[in-house]
Write a protein that binds this ligand. Structure first.
Ligand code: TXA
Ligand code: MG
Length: 314
């Protein structure tokens, strides 16, 4: 077996910042996260301040492996079956252990914790080097689009947060969030891992939490993931003056700025491109018309994000 690669000086440096209570943005397979030592309340508080995030909205805790997660939450047999998707784009909301070393700010007072093991090698290396689980919301100012490149993170926080650059995110939408209560599993947020894949793996159906059930997923505000431009959904073609976000075949002769989520009509490619293309078109037009997206597989998450991005602002 090859000797394990030495931790790069970059990661050692950034892990040192985390241990000192500073924020570090890190890559995951879904979107970039804004990381802090989840055991340190001052550090976690600066996540909320830096993002402008409401304090009632709890944070996902990123672990290096199942063993680290087991120190924080109680796993039922169903939870263990779901954890087979780790490392991967699945967050499990599980009962907090009585002896969990976690700042109360992470859970915003709930008695459950959202935990996941991300599937990006640099994220895992960073967590191991820091030696502590990392609280990590998406690395964007609250209410804005999630970043899928290091450059978007730097732009969003005006360079004030150091970023571990792991290249563009391969999944492109956030993790699927599943709450486990005894033998029932409920989806709180559609995400990169399709619900149908999870159902097939565990051999049981997953309920979907009611829209905006504040208790279930405090972060699922109707208007969220918002670009500055207005979105017009299910648009077969753009109107004059509109940008167009296509999927599959493009309408002939579209006059304005146009991007195609996936010319081949591949939903995974579309998910990967979603936020970056919305970012791009946002800079070019007041209204972005968006092609209809099939609801299958990761299409459920894409349509969820588009609906939120299109919702009227508070
Ligand atoms: O892919 C992802 O999940 C990314 C990467 C960085 O891991 N993270 C992410 O975090 O999307 P954030 O903070 O943008 O979204 C977390 C969501 C929020 O809607 C929050 O309310 C919900 O997870 N959440 C966290 N802990 C929870 C809990 N104990 N119970 C219910 N919902 C929870
Ligand atoms: Mg977010």
């Amino acid at each position: 077996m090859a000797a394990p690669a030495r931790t790069s000086p970059d990661i050692v440096h950034l892990a040192g910042l985390l241990k000192a209570g500073k924020l570090v943005a890190f890559p995951t397979e879904t979107v970039y996260g804004l990381g802090a030592d989840a055991t340190n309340s001052d550090a976690v508080l600066s996540i909320y301040e830096t993002k402008g995030r409401p304090r009632f909205n709890p944070l996902i805790v990123h672990c290096a492996d199942l063993a680290m997660a087991e120190t924080l939450v109680e796993f039922s047999p169903l939870a263990y079956r779901l954890a087979r998707f780790w490392p991967g784009p699945l967050t499990l909301v599980l009962p907090k252990r009585f002896d969990a070393a976690l700042s109360d700010l992470v859970t915003a007072g709930l008695d459950t914790v959202g935990v996941r093991v991300p599937a990006h090698p640099l994220a895992l290396e960073l967590i191991r080097a820091a030696g502590t689980p990392l609280a990590g919301p998406s690395a964007n100012p609250s209410g804005k689009l999630s970043p899928t490149t290091a450059e978007q993170v730097r732009a969003g926080f005006h360079g004030s947060v150091p970023v571990l650059d792991g290249g563009p995110c391969t999944a492109g939408v956030e993790s699927t969030i599943i709450a486990v209560d005894g033998t029932t599993a409920t989806q709180l947020r559609a995400g990169a891992l399709p619900r149908s894949d999870i159902e097939a793996a565990i051999g049981q159906t997953i309920a979907v939490a009611a829209e905006n059930s504040a208790v279930a997923a405090p972060g699922m505000l109707a208007s969220h993931y918002a670009p500055d431009a207005r979105l017009r959904l299910d648009a077969a073609a753009p109107r004059p003056g509109e940008a167009y976000l296509a999927f599959g075949l493009e309408p002939p002769g579209a006059p304005g700025p146009l991007r195609n989520l996936s010319p081949a009509g591949d939903l995974r490619e579309a998910a990967r491109n979603l936020f970056a293309m919305l970012h791009e078109l946002d800079a070019k037009a007041e209204v972005i018309a968006v092609a209809p997206i099939p609801h299958a597989g990761v299409g459920e998450a894409i349509n969820d994000r588009l609906k939120r991005a299109a919702a009227p602002r508070p």
